[in-house]
Design a protein around this ligand. Structure first.
Ligand code: PLP
Length: 412
């Protein structure tokens, strides 16, 4: 696939590469606005996974036979593809996990075990996904540590002055999302990290909603840990990444242990493997790793900047058109936003709106989006969320507006 300039980005060609977009739902063409939950998959990713099971299926790292050697090379190449995509310094700083949630739990358990003691403080933000709240809440309960929360402004931006006040010598870790899955806010992660580093606190960035939309350079932002899932970035479910600085990963104890994580085992003493295997217990999701690399290659072929500017154009158009609807309020109006729009309409229940939109073939997400504290902050039971990907078009936004007007009429 050739790399396309912004002016020439061929959305019809891109759409044709996503077989599911040919589908009808309730007799209407599928309009998929739920990529924040999981993106659709291009044929290149589906083919890579098929090819693995058809022609390459074998276990990695433990075989001398040809199939095993070949798939080991392919799996390690996948690691390198991901390393380059996020500009990590070393391939062994890339740990395959089952997803963002798994990556965060790994750090909470392993970093938590080694470095967190009673009275220490961990800072998260008010706009975190439950996956970046609960592991820290549990850790703080277990260790008698203190969980502090960076508040969010009415428009959906983190209050950095308040964050500054929370930081002190007791702060051991800050965990914040790069892009909010509910508000779409792109957080100033470089600044957040720099401020934490002044107090020698490590920083974990939840990149689940950033990786498919924006350029990520873990060295430039100086992240200690960066997590994401394959399935939100055109890749398969069940695979994700934890990037960690070598220094931390070397010092941290293993989290899950078992086959693959060791150098030698005896009943008196076990010596664990070097990075990255120390953190990759058991047979991994091999097809997932291969599929994720295919997804990253797919993004690279289009160009992340092209994807970003296309989505931004759709975001601007969708925001304008949605705001023209009487009684519609967008939750999350940060200056710097990715392709996520959450909204409520008067006191209509988001679930009812989502159900009617589905009758018109339009897939949106409704509810609290695993950010219940944020819903409490905005005093709403939930929102309707439209989340965008490279395959969305202005015509699809027009279909949304038309169906939404009908839904509102019906419900009022
Ligand atoms: N963090 C954010 C910001 C998310 O949006 C999500 C999923 O929606 C997650 C974490 C959890 O991702 P996963 O379910 O793939 O582990």
């Amino acid at each position: 696939m050739e790399v396309l300039s912004k002016e020439n980005i061929d959305i019809e060609k891109i759409r044709a590469q996503f077989p599911i977009l040919q589908k009808s739902i309730n007799g209407k063409p599928l309009v998929y606005f739920d990529s924040g939950a999981t993106s659709q998959k291009p044929i290149q990713v589906i083919d890579a996974i098929n090819a693995y099971y058809k022609n390459q299926n074998s276990n990695i790292h433990r075989g001398v036979h040809t199939l095993s050697s070949e798939i080991t090379v392919a799996y390690e190449n996948a690691r390198t593809t991901i390393q380059k995509y996020i500009n990590a310094k070393r391939a062994h700083e890339i740990i395959f996990t089952s997803g963002t949630t798994d990556s965060i739990n790994l750090v909470a358990h392993s970093f938590g075990k080694k470095y967190i003691t009673a009275g220490d403080e961990i800072i998260i933000s008010a706009m975190e996904h439950h996956s970046n709240i609960l592991p820290w809440q549990l850790l703080c309960e277990e260790k008698n540590a203190v969980l502090k929360i960076i508040p969010v402004s009415e428009s959906g931006e983190l209050l950095l002055d308040e964050y500054k006040k929370l930081l002190n010598a007791k702060t051991k870790l800050v965990a914040a999302t790069h892009v909010s899955n509910t508000l779409g806010t792109i957080n100033p992660v470089k600044k957040i990290i720099e401020m934490a580093h002044q107090f020698n606190a490590a920083v974990l960035i939840d990149g689940a909603q950033a990786i498919p939309h924006t350029k990520v350079d873990v060295q430039n932002i100086d992240a200690d840990f960066y997590c994401f899932s394959g399935h939100k970035a055109y890749g398969p479910t069940g695979v994700g990444i934890l990037y960690g600085k070598e220094k931390w990963l070397n010092e941290m104890p293993p989290y899950k242990v078992g086959g693959g994580t060791i150098k030698t085992v005896s009943f008196s003493k076990t010596v664990y493997a070097d990075l990255p295997l120390k953190f990759e217990a058991g047979t991994p999701h091999i097809a997932g790793g291969i599929g994720l690399a295919a997804a990253i290659n797919y993004i690279n072929a289009i160009g992340i900047e092209n994807i970003n500017s296309h989505e931004h154009e759709i975001l601007t158009y969708a925001t304008e058109r949605l705001l023209s609807i009487n009684g519609l309020k967008i939750i999350g109006n940060a200056k710097n936003k990715a392709g996520v729009i959450s909204f409520v309409v008067n006191d209509l229940h988001p679930l009812d709106i989502g159900t009617i939109l589905d009758k018109y073939g339009i897939a949106v997400r409704t509810g609290h989006h695993c950010t219940q504290p944020l819903m409490e902050h905005y005093c709403v039971p939930g929102t309707v969320r439209v989340s965008l990907a490279v395959y969305n078009t202005k015509e699809e936004i027009d279909s949304l507006i038309e169906a939404l007007n009908k839904a509102i009429k019906m419900l009022q």
